[in-house]
Design a protein around this ligand. Structure first.
Ligand SMILES: Cc1cc2nc3c(=O)[nH]c(=O)nc-3n(C[C@H](O)[C@H](O)[C@H](O)COP(=O)(O)OP(=O)(O)OC[C@H]3O[C@@H](n4cnc5c(N)ncnc54)[C@H](O)[C@@H]3O)c2cc1C
Length: 339
């Protein structure tokens, strides 16, 4: 069980800056995000697009903003749990008991939901039977490519992820690339490379096919794919990888007893606390009169929620407001020299 002063759900810009604010005032925190990378919408939806309305930063891309936020919290060595969705939040005495889908547990007086538009989840294969092979023979992202070495891997999808992995895995695996259309949506250079590898027999290309069935006991043994013309093929395969993009869903947040309206969580504007004491919501996920779904709003909301956490995490201490420019304590926490 991990014990912390505050648990942040979501590693988007709001969650990252809220972590900074908590650590500046001397509170511990940990961050959990369902994605396998840090940055929320900025990194998942528009890493290369320039943003023009971050105060004092005339222009930066989603990726640059994320990297700057990561650099800003680097001195604090904050524990971040990626690729895990928070599924359960329930009261345990004075604390909140929090559990992820991978079974990791936390005990904390403060939960800060910085969940944006909900957790990003991969779009999955439609046959129901795929579920029993998930994370064994069927994957929607690649964490360890070595497990595919020398095996047959059937990759589904027509975008950059499917194409990139088809090219990469064809170096050491037998690769089938299956797509429901004839044309691919990825970068032209990668599309050309895939066609070149198909011509030389390094990739088996199946276009206008979709997965209709999976066969196997503990592990996948073969798959059935169906052509637009209704013809069905059975292919022996050890693994199937699906790259169909992400969907965003509020998911488990809806089950935690919070005041939810139109997929957002109602909060006050003093502490950004929800209807549950010690649970706060900041960034895109929160709602209050006048809310703007902008990154700068999330920063402000996180700063106030962090101060509110102090009372529950340190009930016998008084929070003292200090400027970063002049506080020796804050400079010590940041590991910078005081004048
Ligand atoms: C194309 C585009 C352009 C934009 N341009 C601008 C702009 O120019 N300026 C601007 O200010 N804003 C812009 N925005 C909006 C901005 O990106 C959002 O306001 C911002 O990302 C919100 O940050 P957040 O941290 O609140 O949420 P998010 O960035 O959505 O991050 C939330 C994170 O929480 C995680 N999460 C959710 N539920 C769970 C759970 N149960 N367990 C674990 N993790 C969970 C998600 O996986 C996600 O990573 C743009 C948005 C888009 C889509």
């Amino acid at each position: 069980m991990n014990k912390t002063d505050a648990l942040i759900i979501g590693a988007g810009p709001t969650g990252l800056f809220t972590a900074h604010q908590l650590k500046l005032i001397g509170l511990d925190c940990e961050i959990v995000d369902n994605l396998d990378k840090i940055g929320g919408q900025c990194i998942e939806l528009y890493p290369d697009k320039p943003i023009y309305d971050i105060p004092a930063v005339p222009e930066c891309t989603g990726e640059e903003l994320t990297n700057n936020l990561i650099n800003q919290i680097k001195p604090f060595n904050i524990k971040t749990h990626l690729g895990e969705r928070v599924d359960e939040v329930k009261k345990e005495g004075e604390n909140w008991f929090v559990k992820t889908n991978l079974g990791k547990t936390f005990l904390t007086p403060n939960v800060i939901i910085a969940g944006g538009v909900g957790s990003f989840e991969p779009r999955k294969f439609s046959p129901k039977e795929c579920e029993k092979f998930e994370n064994k023979s069927i994957f929607y992202s690649v964490k360890d490519k070595t497990i595919f070495e020398g095996k047959t891997v059937s990759i589904f999808g027509g975008g950059d992820s499917a194409l990139d992995w088809a090219v990469e895995l064809s170096k050491s695996s037998k690769v089938n690339l299956v797509h429901r259309r004839d044309d691919f949506r990825g970068a032209q250079a990668t599309v050309d490379k895939v066609h070149e590898l198909a011509k030389s027999g390094k990739i088996n290309l199946y276009t206008k096919y979709q997965l209709t069935n999976v066969i196997g006991n503990d592990n996948l043994e073969s798959i059935e794919i169906k052509h637009d013309s209704k013809e069905i093929k059975t292919i022996k395969t050890d693994f199937a990888l699906g790259f169909f993009g992400l969907i965003m869903q509020l998911g488990p947040i809806a089950d935690w007893g919070l005041n939810i309206d139109k997929k957002t969580v109602a909060v006050d504007t003093e502490k950004f606390e929800t209807n549950q004491k010690g649970i706060y919501a900041v960034g895109d996920i929160c709602s209050y009169p006048g809310k703007l779904k902008l990154i700068l709003s999330g920063f402000h909301e996180g700063a106030l929620a962090a101060r509110a956490c102090f009372k529950l995490a340190r009930p016998n201490e008084k929070y003292r407001f200090e400027f970063t420019t002049s506080s020796k304590t804050i400079k010590d926490r940041l590991g910078v020299k005081s004048d």
